[in-house]
Design a protein around this ligand. Structure first.
Ligand SMILES: [Zn+2]
Length: 401
């Protein structure tokens, strides 16, 4: 195969024909029926369906790699072996973003047998288990997003790199990317990806599949790939970095044992977009055994983010002089304008304690300012009456108590 042709359909087809995975057949059908295109030669219609700028289109090349130098295969084996030697059978799995599909904050356990094989010289190549989202310090140290030019001008949060180990012929099942721009760098192996734009049609189609699966637990619920529009497919090889835009439905199949590093950036735009995509998250959580926990973590993550925004962490703005109507553009202003539209959904997913914290965050913000008009709705606020501000917030901008 000629180097650099991994974005063509021929490259994808060649890999899929060699795969023993039953999923490969359905992916080949998509290509055969022209229901998915190559990443290499997409039309402007396809590109525009992903979002307003180039950033929202998936991008694959070496300059997208989060590591300045990808370790040699030998070094990678050693790094992973050291990781497994330094721990017992517990491996911290991080909560990778506000709501990372597949990630949980709980620890996962692997069997002694699998652990022994991971410590063996053949290392991860010999295991057939998926080890998701591990913190591998030696890899994290090599990740330098600043040096790689992978910072976003409007980023709110970044999530440190995690490493996943995937056996050959493993499927990363169909689901949406989180609210993050995900920079996934393949350190070893190769995989075939399919990514679709987060159009209204595609997300509704995916959500229906989540809902159907939650009811029936039938994997056939996800046999909907031919219903998606504007998908692209390509091969990611060792050393390649891949930028996956927020909310894109995606699916991947490993062609060999793979080691995948993942770094995530949540931007201002993707954060506010996620507040409005709650129904999609709700449907997704219902499909996951740890869905309740994911939902609770998401709620807590949202409150932390709102707390940071409302204390001015992301704006150069003097909170004490804010008046309604606010003229300067800021993250606070976007949140104030978004809040009434999203509050019911968000409050609905929160446990009582998180809810209480959220209310406290808002009331602290509102009472800190000295405006006579509510910063959210412009309604009169009687600052001379104790508790009036909190009462107004509770009645009009929280649970209508
Ligand atoms: Zn108000």
């Amino acid at each position: 195969m000629v180097a650099g042709d991994q974005n063509t359909l021929v490259a994808v087809r060649t890999r899929l024909l060699m795969s023993k995975s039953p999923v490969a057949k359905s992916l080949l059908d998509l290509i055969e029926n022209k229901e998915i295109g190559p990443l290499k030669s997409f039309s402007s219609v396809v590109r525009d369906s992903y979002g307003p700028t180039e950033l929202y289109f998936p991008k694959l090349n070496r300059s997208m790699a989060i590591l300045t130098t990808v370790p040699s295969q030998e070094d990678l084996h050693d790094i992973i072996r050291r990781k497994f030697e330094s721990h017992d059978n517990k491996l911290g799995s991080s909560s990778a973003s506000l709501s990372d599909p597949g990630a949980t904050s709980s620890q996962f356990l692997i069997s002694e047998g699998a652990l022994a094989s991971l410590r063996h010289s053949s290392g991860y190549l010999a295991t057939d288990i998926v080890l998701p989202n591990m913190i591998v310090e030696e890899i994290q140290e090599k990740c330098t997003p600043e040096k790689r030019g992978l910072r976003h001008a409007n980023e709110l949060f970044t999530v440190p790199t995690t490493v996943s180990i995937l056996p050959q012929d493993a499927t990363l099942g169909l689901q949406h990317n989180t609210e993050a721009f995900t920079y996934s760098t393949l350190l070893s192996g190769s995989m075939v990806w399919m990514i679709w734009p987060p159009t209204e049609h595609n997300l509704a189609t995916l959500r229906n599949a989540y809902d159907a699966f939650a009811k029936t637990h039938d994997q056939d619920s996800f046999k909907i790939l031919e219903k998606f529009e504007y998908g692209v497919t390509f091969v990611q090889k060792a050393g390649d970095g891949l930028r996956i835009p927020p909310f894109t439905p995606m699916l991947a199949l490993t062609m060999e044992p793979c080691v995948l590093a993942k770094y995530q950036v949540i931007t201002k735009d993707s954060f506010f977009a996620c507040l409005e995509k709650l129904p999609l998250y709700m449907s997704y959580w219902a499909t996951e055994p740890l869905g309740a926990q994911m939902k609770a973590e998401f709620g807590r993550g949202i409150v932390s983010a709102i707390a940071e925004i409302l204390t001015g962490a992301f704006d150069r703005i003097d909170l004490n002089t804010m008046r309604n109507p606010i003229k300067e553009k800021s993250n606070i202003l976007t949140l104030l304008r978004t809040w009434d539209n999203v509050k019911m959904g968000l409050i609905g997913i929160m446990d009582p304690e998180t809810k209480k914290r959220l209310k406290h965050v808002w009331v602290t913000f509102l009472t800190r300012t000295t405006t006579q008009r509510c910063l959210i709705c412009g309604g009169a606020v009687r600052r001379d009456r104790p508790g009036h501000e909190e009462g107004h917030f509770s009645r009009f901008h929280f649970e209508n108590e």
